[in-house]
Design a protein around this ligand. Structure first.
Ligand code: GLU
Length: 483
């Protein structure tokens, strides 16, 4: 590209299922690059592999991108001067370009049956040579080719790959990456169903849509020399490439479903904030050059550059995501958390009394939550009496004396004039002193009695939020068990 061109970048997912966190990162880096450079962010749907299409995937993708806050400038449903933005609506363009290559003899039809190709591969394996198409159909006499085509013989279109050439991709992250053409096979560019393969459709569209920078995952690096050849055959200039590092599991294997969730949808459903997930994926391969880790989307736009994207694989660490979510959650006003948790509490059949009560619960829990899901795991007791008491905590915090101790406390709490943190603390400490035990013994026993678990906000805060009536009722129930 020439220096003065305004950057145009694209996110080009195939609608084969849920958006993967790796896909979100690719979308994000393209978005950030566009926003930072005053360029344009295009969304293009690459749906030419008809066998892999999943129904509803495009809708889901659009929903997920909207949720993440990554707004595109041109794309399906949005328009722009380079549409349509869905490849299956651009088939005429691929046909035209196929013909250009065929006319220039840079592509040829191949009629070989799968059995023949299979046999050929077996022979090559036996002879220990790298599997490569033997160009059987390239050697067919032209009359034979015309005859087969006229008869409607099933075929694919192959693109020729020249011998003994070094193809160089200019990559913003990796520098010059060289490929030896001898290691590449001739490539199928149109399948027997008439649809173009990824290579043809991707290059034709990147060119026709004026894409200046191709920012995508490292898994596409091996396709790049094939694309460079296509650009050459068409006489087009090659865009600038940037291949993003692989995402890895903690054991450095390629990120996979087996070791945890990989779909953005799953994190969304688990109650993670889009701000946190975006912050998290931003750091998978990029860093600001200093110790900062918490960024809003606007801050990322300001800080992002491809120069600060590394080459080596980025480890996907869910604990880091949890931590970031906690940081972003803390920054949210109580009212917006309230609006987020209300529907899920209602859906779970939990009665949160009223907004004022729920707001108090949120204030008490806010610093302890790493996701909205935690609310259901660790805050349930604010909405219903414990049905049982955590076994381990029971063994640890309830002793033979606990029934008596909690009993005395109960009778004092029935009459304490004010049910505030201060007076509760005074009452507990006074009782502990009288009994000659540490306040901790009473605190732990009471916490378990009123919440059923052993973790949560400070006991006095917890009790004031619950209110006197609830606390007394729960203490009575626990005493029945404690004896
Ligand atoms: N359709 C490809 C994908 O699913 C796009 C790869 C590219 O960006 O060139 O990721």
């Amino acid at each position: 590209m020439t220096e003065r061109q305004t950057p145009r970048v694209r996110f080009a997912p195939s609608p084969t299922g849920f958006l993967h966190v790796g896909g979100l990162r690719t979308a994000l880096y393209n978005y950030l690059f566009a926003r930072k450079t005053g360029g344009t962010f295009v969304l293009r749907i690459e749906d030419t592999d008809r066998t892999r299409i999943v129904e509803g995937a495009v809708e889901n993708l659009l929903k997920t991108l909207t949720w993440s806050g990554l707004e595109f400038d041109e794309g399906p449903g949005k328009g722009g001067g380079y549409g349509p933005y869905v490849q299956s609506e651009r088939l005429n363009l691929y046909r035209e370009h196929r013909d250009i290559l065929m006319d220039a003899r840079q592509a040829y039809p191949c009629f070989c049956a799968p059995e023949r190709l299979e046999e050929m591969r077996k022979q090559q394996q036996k002879m220990r040579i790298a599997p490569k198409y033997d160009r059987h159909c390239l050697k067919l006499p032209p009359e034979k080719v015309s005859e087969l085509l006229a008869a409607g013989t099933p075929h694919v279109i192959m693109m020729k790959v020249p011998e003994s050439e070094t193809l160089t991709a200019n990559d913003d992250i990796r520098g010059d990456v060289e490929f030896i053409s001898d290691r590449l096979d001739d490539q199928v560019i149109v399948k027997s169903d008439g649809y173009p393969t990824y290579h043809l459709a991707n290059v034709v569209d990147d060119h026709l849509m004026g894409i200046t920078h191709v920012i995508r995952g490292e898994e596409w690096l091996p396709s790049t020399p094939k694309h460079i050849l296509l650009y050459r055959y068409f006489g087009w200039s090659v865009p600038q490439f940037a291949h993003l590092p692989l995402l890895l599991n903690a054991d450095r294997s390629k990120l996979s479903k087996r070791q945890g969730d990989v779909a953005v949808e799953e994190y969304r459903a688990a109650g993670y904030l889009p701000e946190a997930l975006v912050n998290f994926v931003a750091l998978l391969g990029w860093n600001p050059g200093d110790e900062r880790e918490i960024f809003s989307l606007e801050e990322l736009v300001k800080e992002f550059s491809l120069e600060r994207v590394g080459k080596s694989g980025a480890i996907f660490n869910v604990d880091k995501l949890k931590w970031l979510n906690q940081q972003h959650l803390r920054g949210l006003p109580t009212t917006s958390i309230l609006e987020k948790v209300k529907p899920s509490l209602t859906a779970a059949g939990l009665d949160y009394r009223d907004d004022a009560y729920l707001a108090k619960v949120i204030d008490a829990m806010k610093d302890r939550l790493s996701s909205f899901d935690d609310f259901h795991s660790f805050a349930l007791y604010f909405f219903r009496d414990p049905e049982n008491y955590d076994e381990t905590a029971r063994r640890k915090n309830w002793g033979p004396e606990s029934g008596k101790q909690v009993g005395i406390l109960l009778s004092r709490l029935e009459t304490v004039p004010e049910f505030s943190e201060q007076s509760l603390e005074g009452t507990v400490k006074e009782l502990a002193a009288e009994l000659g035990i540490s306040p901790g013994r009473i605190i732990h026993a009471v916490r378990l009695a009123v919440s059923g678990i052993s973790i949560g906000p400070g006991l006095y805060e917890l009790m004031t939020v619950l209110g006197r009536e609830t606390v007394l009722r729960r203490l009575r129930s626990a005493i029945r068990i404690l004896g």
